[in-house]
Design a binder for this molecule. Structure first.
Ligand SMILES: CC(C)(COP(=O)(O)OP(=O)(O)OC[C@H]1O[C@@H](n2cnc3c(N)ncnc32)[C@H](O)[C@@H]1OP(=O)(O)O)[C@@H](O)C(=O)NCCC(=O)NCCS
Length: 172
């Protein structure tokens, strides 16, 4: 099986949206999904875009049983840590079940690590659900450290109405 890892293009949006939906279903979070191909196009390809995406693409003659050539993706964006400087944040890594265990996930991680170094990042961060032990194992093999266990860091969100409330109280 041959495949390439390449940056996304606008022609991939529908295929990536399908994978995002699969990933959300895998995480039992389909009801939380609000992105659309149009939003991805606007946020990813118009000015001020702050993130990138890599896709894993098969040649057409090796497409999946359900007709896909884009069979994996990973989003990434620059972030900053006051202790270490630039860091790259990975958002979502997904490979369709039919093509797992063939090195595609590792290839996506290899390429994102390369991007991290090219952008001067000292670290590559991402989150993983506690119940997703296969992915935890996969990341551990690549050298990932679980900082929730090691250092007791917890991921916090401020969402929706709370963001609005905070912003409304900003000093003029
Ligand atoms: C995690 C994931 C991206 C890995 O992609 P992949 O293409 O299967 O990974 P690779 O083929 O590069 O596998 C690398 C190694 O991890 C192991 N591995 C990968 N996924 C595994 C799984 N689900 N269960 C058990 N082992 C797995 C492989 O056996 C392989 O081990 P080896 O190098 O000793 O042979 C893929 O399994 C996936 O999409 N899972 C569902 C979504 C998910 O959990 N994403 C991560 C969210 S944080």
């Amino acid at each position: 099986m041959s495949y390439i890892i390449r940056p996304w293009a606008t022609g991939d949006l529908k295929a990536i949206m399908r994978l995002i939906r699969d990933s959300a279903a895998f995480h039992k979070a389909l009801d939380q999904l609000t992105t659309t191909p149009e939003l991805l196009r606007k946020d990813g390809f118009e000015k001020d875009s702050t993130f990138g995406c890599l896709v894993a693409e098969l040649p057409p003659e090796q497409k999946s049983k359900d007709g896909r050539t884009i069979v994996g993706y990973q989003f990434h964006y620059l972030s900053y840590c006051t202790w270490y400087g630039r860091i790259l944040f990975g958002e979502d890594l997904y490979v369709v079940p039919e093509f797992r265990g063939k090195g595609i996930g590792t290839s996506l991680m290899n390429k994102v690590a390369k991007i991290a170094l090219e952008k001067g990042c000292s670290e590559f961060r991402f989150i993983c659900a506690r119940w997703n032990q296969p992915a935890m194992d996969f990341y551990a093999k690549l050298g990932a450290v679980n900082v929730t266990i090691q250092d007791h860091w917890h991921l916090c969100h401020i969402e929706g109405a709370h963001v609005q409330k905070l912003a409304q109280q900003a000093r003029k």
